[in-house]
Write a protein that binds this ligand. Structure first.
Ligand SMILES: [Zn+2]
Length: 398
């Protein structure tokens, strides 16, 4: 049987396409994220927990005059899990939130719930007028409306760590997955400036690039600026990924969080397949949609893969669910209409659609004979294939 000239290749174990940045599929057809998950079985989690306790003990305040650590939080299920775990270990954390770009009411309620777990809490809100300009600039320039938020999530807690002289930051999961490490190791455990630039989702846009655009001046960028090496050294700022020390599972975290009052959404979030995450920022629908346009996978695919690896979905089910929910045009997210978001950032729907098209990888989606993207009445695209073509042929699906 002849293959089409071009098609998207998928991991044969999960449903992630090869077009995801930093994803590699080996000769057996299995991606590095699945391989990495496989290696988790060999981890001695008891030993890791002992190591965690040892590290925490080293940073614990002897006289209670300051905090033992800082936990950067959004108020989501993972934040709840981090705080619950760290409190159980007898630490006195300071929780720090960098305000989300466009906070939802359920997001606010979850932040309040997180505080009620029994922690001191600081929320830093950057100037919303400037942030909206940055949302717009980043959407136009790199196709990511959430860029200012991604920067602030990393810079603000680290700034507070240096300001208050609290060296230890407890992050959640290393988004580069199982590649975390112990706090005393020199490499890849700590969330450094380099990690931030490489993996923090900044997409090559630097904070300094904002200067002079849309009237943005240095004074507007204070909270977006990572502390200097000298400031970091003075406090001895270090960080660890909790996901390195305890087996990390977002679904399990959600169950724990819910038992402590965390509120999920009444239905699967638009463009996602679950109801328990990314509930705090109305912009997330746009952010995830651009991921789909650029790389051919949305939030639904990422979640399906996590569940699939843990045996909670079959591959066939995952493909169906992804087809149903993933990569839909973000007309509405958490009930917030696209028009409201665009009005905030002073952008027309027409310009928004043009930006979408400009960032779409046309090789991944069905186009007409003239090479124009084919869209349905709701503006949705169709991926050229949702599973490996050979597998489809074998199963008689095509
Ligand atoms: Zn995989």
């Amino acid at each position: 049987m002849t293959q089409p000239a071009a098609y998207i290749r998928y991991c044969t174990r999960c449903v992630m396409p090869e077009t995801k940045p930093d994803l590699f599929i080996d000769d057996a057809g299995v991606c590095n994220a699945c391989r990495s998950y496989e290696r988790r079985r060999e981890v001695d989690w008891d030993a890791r927990r002992v190591e965690l306790v040892r590290i925490l003990d080293r940073y614990r305040s002897r006289d209670g005059s300051t905090y033992d650590c800082i936990i950067p939080v959004s108020g989501g299920k993972d934040s709840h899990f981090q705080v619950i775990t760290i409190l159980e270990l007898g630490m006195n954390p300071l929780c720090v939130t960098a305000s989300t770009d466009k906070l939802s009411p359920v997001g606010r309620r979850n932040i309040e719930n997180l505080k009620s777990l029994g922690v001191d809490y600081i929320e830093v809100s950057t100037n919303p007028l400037v942030r909206r300009r940055m949302n717009r600039l980043a959407l136009r320039q790199i196709g990511d409306i959430s860029w200012p938020e991604h920067v602030a999530i990393f810079t603000i807690p680290v700034r507070i760590a240096t300001q208050l002289g609290v060296p230890l930051l407890i992050w959640g999961e290393n988004s580069q997955n199982e590649y975390g490490g112990p706090a005393e190791a020199a490499e890849n455990n700590v969330l450094t400036r380099r990690w931030l630039e490489e993996f923090g989702g900044l997409l090559g846009l630097r904070v300094s690039d904002m200067l002079g655009q849309d009237g943005i001046e240095a004074k507007h960028l204070i909270q977006y600026t990572y502390p200097s090496d000298e400031q970091l050294r003075k406090t001895g700022v270090t960080g660890l990924f909790l996901g390195h020390y305890v087996p990390w599972d977002g679904y399990q975290n959600a169950l724990v969080a819910q038992a402590y009052g965390f509120e999920s959404y009444p239905k699967a979030v638009e463009g996602s397949i679950v109801s328990y995450e990314n509930l705090d920022n109305f912009h997330t629908g746009i952010h995830d949609y651009f991921m789909f346009l650029k790389y051919g996978f949305g939030r639904g695919t990422s979640l399906a893969c996590l569940h699939l690896r843990r045996g909670r979905l079959s591959r066939r089910q995952a493909i169906e669910i992804v087809k149903r929910n993933d990569g839909k045009f973000p007309s509405v997210y958490l009930g917030c209409p696209l028009e409201e978001i665009l009005a905030d950032i002073e952008m027309t729907r027409d310009e928004f659609v043009k930006i979408c098209d400009r960032f779409t990888n046309k090789k991944l989606f069905v186009c007409d004979a003239r090479g124009a993207l084919v869209k349905d009445a709701r503006g949705n695209l169709t991926r050229i294939n949702d599973d490996n073509v050979e597998a489809d042929v074998a199963s008689g699906a095509r």
